[in-house]
Design a binder for this molecule. Structure first.
Ligand code: NAP
Length: 353
């Protein structure tokens, strides 16, 4: 774990692996040295799979017309050009799953690791040097690819060991978006009305459960989702009070649908969580939030400019937060929700196993 007292901060962050632009941190760098051998202070992971961030995977699948051979080539090209799986269009990454092959002592002690442990990186793939020999399979339905490869972890990078009581793929999917339910659990206040956009996705379902747990039987949850199947899953989960089928890129139409669903009651929310995976949803998020309320933009497709100027245009002083991928619980909140809500686990098992 990274500490500001450490003797060489830039080495702990992995700056020595940056090829260009020199001096930047690995995440913002265009290109990393992905030589698959551990240097001093590095840990080498044999990578089995990549769970690619939904905004990134959706963009790649769309541009490759859902053709798996084109998707493979596109991903191999990104990794060979950048030395990491960092989508240049969305700027986002995802997480990797692998086993510890060579272990830095300091890192091993900080995280209680041994060689051979199976781990999930809680650091974005956009930060980690990655070398891919091959892509063996692409799972379009769960944003996952099976690979043969190696990656480097630096001392600053958080990670999680796989728990033994939950299915592997379910855990990986939950850990990719674990920052959302964890942050939400901190934001929710008793009695609030809370709206979730993209509520039927991976982060959305976890978030709905985190909200319900914090609100108990008080307050109100409005779930907005685009797709029939995902809406059915929200209904099965049975934690939301109001379900709305709508398109978050169509702000005025969506507001009307939410108003209608609330049947004349107040519809503006104290807190709105945006966990969609497509661009242009900032304005509908703002229009559905009380001007004195709060928004958590967890979506990687969020535009700072669209959010800031959208709020300005409607004279809203709404507080807007960016959703961190990392939270200090290291994914524990998300995994506990899978234990506490059996229907959530059932839906995740159907989707990801
Ligand atoms: P996901 O499972 O794909 O969920 C996104 C949901 O939004 C899906 O149910 C999707 O429906 C729905 N949606 C898409 N377009 C919509 C629209 N126009 N209106 C309403 N709903 C719409 O994605 P996820 O894995 O939960 O990730 C959610 C977001 O978090 C993504 O943007 C991802 O990039 C981001 N993320 C952020 C961090 C961070 O550190 N902040 C970390 C990881 C992920 P369809 O399935 O029908 O498209």
């Amino acid at each position: 774990m990274f500490s500001s007292n450490d003797w060489d901060i830039s080495r702990d962050l992995g700056v020595h692996r940056v090829i260009e632009p020199a001096g930047s941190v690995p995440q913002s760098a265009w290109k990393l040295d992905n030589t698959p051998a551990a240097q001093f202070s590095e840990t080498l992971v044999k990578v089995q799979a990549l769970h690619i961030d939904s905004a990134s995977f959706t963009q790649i699948v769309t541009i490759c017309d859902h053709d798996t051979e084109r998707i493979k080539k596109h991903i191999m090209d990104i990794v060979s050009q950048r030395g990491k799986m960092h989508n240049p269009v969305t700027g986002s990454g995802g997480v990797l799953i692998g086993t510890i092959h060579e272990l830095d002592d300091v890192y091993g002690e900080a995280h209680g690791l041994s060689k051979g442990d199976t781990v999930v990186s809680l650091t974005s793939l956009s930060w980690l040097p990655l070398y891919l020999e091959n892509i063996n399979a692409i799972h379009l339905e769960r944003s996952e690819i099976e690979v043969i490869g190696k990656a480097i972890l630096f001392r600053s990078n958080p990670l999680a060991k796989l728990p033994e009581d939950l299915p592997f793929n379910v855990v990986v999917a939950a850990l990719d978006v674990a920052g959302a339910p964890s942050r939400v659990a901190r934001l929710v206040q008793s009695g609030q009305r809370i709206t979730v956009l993209g509520a039927g996705g991976t982060a959305g379902l976890l978030t709905l459960c985190a909200i319900r747990q914090r609100l108990s039987s008080q307050g109100e949850i409005i779930a907005v989702e685009y797709r029939d199947q995902a809406l059915q899953d929200i209904a099965l989960l049975n934690v939301a009070d109001v379900l709305v089928q709508g398109n978050a890129t169509e702000a005025f139409e969506l507001v009307k649908k939410v108003q209608d669903a609330c049947e004349g009651r107040e519809y503006l929310a104290d807190l709105v969580i945006n966990v969609v995976n497509v661009p242009n949803t900032e304005f509908s998020t703002i229009l559905l939030t009380k001007p004195s309320g709060c928004i958590l933009f967890f979506s990687m497709a969020t535009s700072f400019t669209a959010a800031a100027l959208g709020a300005e245009g409607v004279a809203s002083h709404v507080e807007m937060q960016i959703g961190n991928g990392y939270m200090p619980d290291n994914g524990a909140v998300a995994l506990q929700l899978l234990r506490d809500f059996p229907m959530l686990r059932t839906i995740f098992t159907r989707r990801f196993s």
